[in-house]
Design a protein around this ligand. Structure first.
Ligand SMILES: Nc1ncnc2c1ncn2[C@@H]1O[C@H](COP(=O)(O)OP(=O)(O)OP(=O)(O)O)[C@@H](O)[C@H]1O
Ligand SMILES: [Mg+2]
Length: 449
């Protein structure tokens, strides 16, 4: 048996035992009391009845009649005169009976008295009913019969108690098993997770808090598996991303360092080394940004930004690189559009998106930045007429190191971190980013803050 169900079972059982014990005790003593009271009452009433008959006719015949009647029942009668002497009796008057008769008070009330009620230790229970001027009518009943009656009652009580306890024991056993089963299942599942097995499959554990806990454990296990997988993929990608430029740098540095290399070639190689080193430092910077975002040490310092002027200055900054590739960069924006944002980070978002628009568009196309207010929120879209993103890639495009073109062509050699950073930054601003893209036609990234 599991420890927890054992504990719950014991607590259940002891509580029930206590409640049952107290209840049984009260029930038992009150039943016995009323039973004994009944016996005493009926004895008294019987005596009173005899007394009433004798009162109306105190004759030898009546006395004989009463004695005969009583000798056929479980009760006994003893009639005394005013001096206390026995006149007639349905049983032999022994010392014990004589004692009780003598102990009777001189002035017994009309309603009579109980003289002996100790049914447990004495031989008889006894009552007395006074006969005015003619003595007393004593009634006796053997306590053996009363004791037998009570013993029978006790036997019933024992039987009921044992039956109740054993059925309670079985119910407790099942109940505690039933209650603790989900907890035990979850414990097993978490142990498995601790050992690195994330394939936990908990059955449906109901709609209560335990059920919810079970579901949470399952979701956590899946998340954990996802994180572990992502981490190893991430590390693999980083090492890959770092190795490629480093290989170039080492290779070209080797050739450039050779005596036989001509000065023109050398300067060409040095330029490649420079480009690769620049790319490498960009990559490291991006990785550092992402690491800070993951750690949550990254803070957004929001201030009120006038969006049109802000976008205009970015446009001015980006225009030369767009012109170089013969791509138009247009800006349309609603007047008086203010947002709460961190200007440095927000600029990083837009530059990243514009950089993509430029990189993945052909010459002669147009990129449009459009800012407007809609239902109290600010929408900012960046639309290009570039090559678009295939439907099957769209779900992954914000993942780290994800690129549509898996090969690293030198002209478009991004690392695939740009959009991951953009998404983190937009979310850190409390906004959302959406993507609409049609391969061959163009792409729209829309930010809503
Ligand atoms: N405007 C776009 N048009 C077409 N494809 C795009 C566009 N923006 C992004 N992509 C695709 O999404 C991929 C991921 O973009 P992301 O900005 O994250 O990385 P990157 O541009 O390759 O590298 P980095 O931005 O880190 O220098 C790109 O490699 C490209 O395939
Ligand atoms: Mg990019």
């Amino acid at each position: 048996m599991d420890r927890i169900s054992f504990k719950i079972g014991i607590v259940f059982f002891l509580t029930i035992l206590m409640v049952e014990g107290v209840l049984f005790y009260y029930l038992h003593s009150s039943i016995i009391h009323s039973r004994i009271d009944e016996e005493l009452d009926s004895l008294q009433t019987r005596g009173d009845n005899h007394r009433d008959i004798l009162e109306t006719s105190y004759t030898a015949e009546t006395i004989h009649h009463i004695i005969t009647m009583e000798s056929r029942t479980e009760t006994h009668v003893v009639i005394t005169d005013e001096a206390g002497k026995v006149v007639a009796s349905s049983i032999p008057v022994d010392a014990y009976i004589q004692n009780i008769i003598e102990a009777a008070p001189a002035d017994v009330p009309q309603s009579g008295l109980i003289l002996e009620d100790d049914w447990q230790d004495k031989k008889y229970i006894a009552s007395v009913s006074p006969l005015p001027e003619n003595g007393n009518v004593f009634m006796f009943k053997n306590t053996q019969r009363v004791q037998g009656l009570i013993a029978k009652l006790n036997r019933h009580f024992w039987l009921a108690g044992i039956l109740l306890l054993s059925s309670m024991m079985i119910i407790t056993l099942f109940l505690s098993r039933f209650i603790t089963k989900p907890v035990i299942k979850m414990n097993e599942a978490t142990l498995k997770i601790r050992q690195g097995d994330y394939s936990v499959a908990l059955p449906h554990l109901g709609n209560d808090e335990l059920g919810e806990l079970g579901e949470s454990i399952q979701v956590l296990a899946q998340d954990l598996r996802h994180i572990k997988q992502q981490r190893s993929e991430f590390l693999a990608s980083i090492s890959h991303e770092l190795r490629t430029p480093l290989t170039y740098i080492k290779g070209y540095a080797d050739i450039a360092g050779k005596q036989s290399t001509s000065p023109e070639d050398r300067s060409k190689y040095l330029q490649i080394i420079n480009e690769e080193a620049t790319r490498l430092s960009g990559l490291v910077k991006n990785l550092f940004d992402l690491a800070k975002m993951d750690e949550n040490t990254f803070s957004i310092q929001k201030e009120t930004v006038e969006l049109c002027g802000f976008l205009h200055s970015i446009q001015t900054k980006m225009l030369p690189s767009f012109h170089e590739k013969n791509i138009k960069l247009n800006l349309t924006c609603d007047r008086e559009c203010y947002i709460e944002a961190d200007p440095v980070r927000f600029e990083q978002i837009i530059i990243n998106l514009l950089d993509n628009a430029r990189k993945y568009s052909d010459e002669g196309t147009t990129t449009t930045v459009h800012a407007y207010k809609k239902r109290g929120r600010t929408h900012l879209s960046i639309e290009d007429e570039g090559k678009g993103i295939p439907i099957e890639d769209q779900a992954w495009i914000f993942d780290r190191f994800y690129r549509v073109d898996k090969s690293r062509s030198s002209s478009l050699g991004g690392s695939g971190l740009g959009l991951a950073i953009v998404k983190e930054l937009v979310e850190a601003h409390g906004g959302q980013i959406r993507l609409k893209s049609e391969p061959g036609k163009g792409t729209i990234f829309e930010i809503i803050v």
